[in-house]
Ligand binder design. Structure first.
Ligand code: PMP
Length: 323
């Protein structure tokens, strides 16, 4: 039995789905959606707030402010509510409207920055808004998930340590990349403690992480339009890039078995299936992939045929009919 007295205390729920029947190759999918924020961003939210409190930057009269298009915003709203702090989430029109409603339901304020910067980047415009607010009012505290070491340290100390404990014979770990917090925390942990474990970074096509070519992307959470400062590619064994259409197909395959996951999980599982399948590794190969969130927040996008047709054309839907 797990008993908690604050919503932010539920972190690693230790749920893994063995996907060998679906994929024909063993893969343990670590599910990060079973906490009060519904995602992998609960840990960085908890760690970054704790670090700011410890450093004396954040106190009772402070207002947290952060740029997020989704899951970190929800996680910080949970942590702020649990700790009695004010929180302002700065987002843009690409943010899922139901995510914004979720953040408001948790008592936080949502500010939508309507215009991208001169180069067309909403992220840059959001960061500029946050900087301006902090300059105008010193009670605002920006945690800055893109550069804050507590982002990756949370995964080093918690996510990676849990995986290492449960899988003493782990061979390969697949991790999706947004800010790079999950990936770098896990990569650093295994490089230091179990260097033989292969670390595979997963990115989406159209993202510039790992010197990819910029292109249109519609699945939130994974990928970036500007270089992410936390990422150090030298700590990885390989990078696998997955087209979004393939990720949508994998999400639908998982859903057909009752496993409703978010878009980045489809991306990571696709990458793992391709990588493991291509090597013909036997059942003794132990592989784990991290599923950052669940699928309910994507009901109107990747699980909605009209949305899929609008963003990728009819071809992926025709492929899906053959599943
Ligand atoms: N998937 C989803 C759904 C996410 O919200 C995030 C966080 N942006 C990621 C993957 C990537 O996590 P990280 O920021 O740790 O790279």
């Amino acid at each position: 039995m797990t008993v908690i007295s604050g919503a932010h205390e539920l972190l690693d729920t230790e749920v893994y789905v063995d996907l060998r029947d679906l994929l024909g190759t063993p893969l343990y999918l670590k599910c990060e959606g079973f906490n009060f924020a519904g995602s992998v961003k609960m840990r960085p939210a908890v760690w970054m707030v704790a670090a700011a409190q410890r450093d004396g930057v954040l106190h009772a009269g402070s207002t947290l402010i952060e740029s997020s298009s989704g899951n970190l915003g929800v996680a910080l709203a949970v942590v702020a509510a649990a700790k009695g702090l004010r929180f302002v989430c700065v987002t843009d029109p690409k943010c899922n409207p139901s995510t914004a409603r979720l953040i408001r339901a948790l008592g936080a304020e949502v500010i939508t920055v309507d215009e991208p910067d001169a180069e067309g980047s909403y992220l840059a415009a959001r960061k500029e808004y946050v900087r301006r607010k902090c300059a105008e009012d010193p009670s605002y505290v920006w945690l800055n998930q893109y550069e804050n070491p507590a982002n990756w340290i949370s995964h080093y100390e918690n996510t990676a340590a849990h995986i290492a404990k449960r899988f003493p014979a782990l061979d390969t770990l697949f991790i999706g990349t947004g800010t790079g917090g999950t990936l770098m925390g896990c990569a650093r942990y295994f490089r230091e403690h179990r260097p033989a474990v292969r670390i595979i970074g997963v990115d989406t096509e159209g993202s510039v992480n790992f010197s990819g070519t910029p292109g249109p992307r519609h699945i939130p959470g994974l990928g970036a339009s500007t270089l992410m400062p936390l990422i150090d590619e030298a700590l990885l064994d390989e990078v696998v890039r997955v087209p979004e259409t393939e990720a949508v197909g994998m999400c639908r395959r998982l859903a057909s078995k009752g496993l409703l996951f978010g878009g980045s999980t489809g991306t990571v599982v696709s990458a793992a299936a391709r990588w493991l399948g291509g090597r013909g590794l036997g059942p003794s190969h132990i592989a784990v992939a991290i599923a950052p969130d669940l699928g309910e927040r994507y009901i109107d996008s990747i699980y909605h045929d009209a949305w899929v047709a609008e963003h990728y054309g009819r071809a992926p839907l025709e492929l899906l009919e053959q599943l």
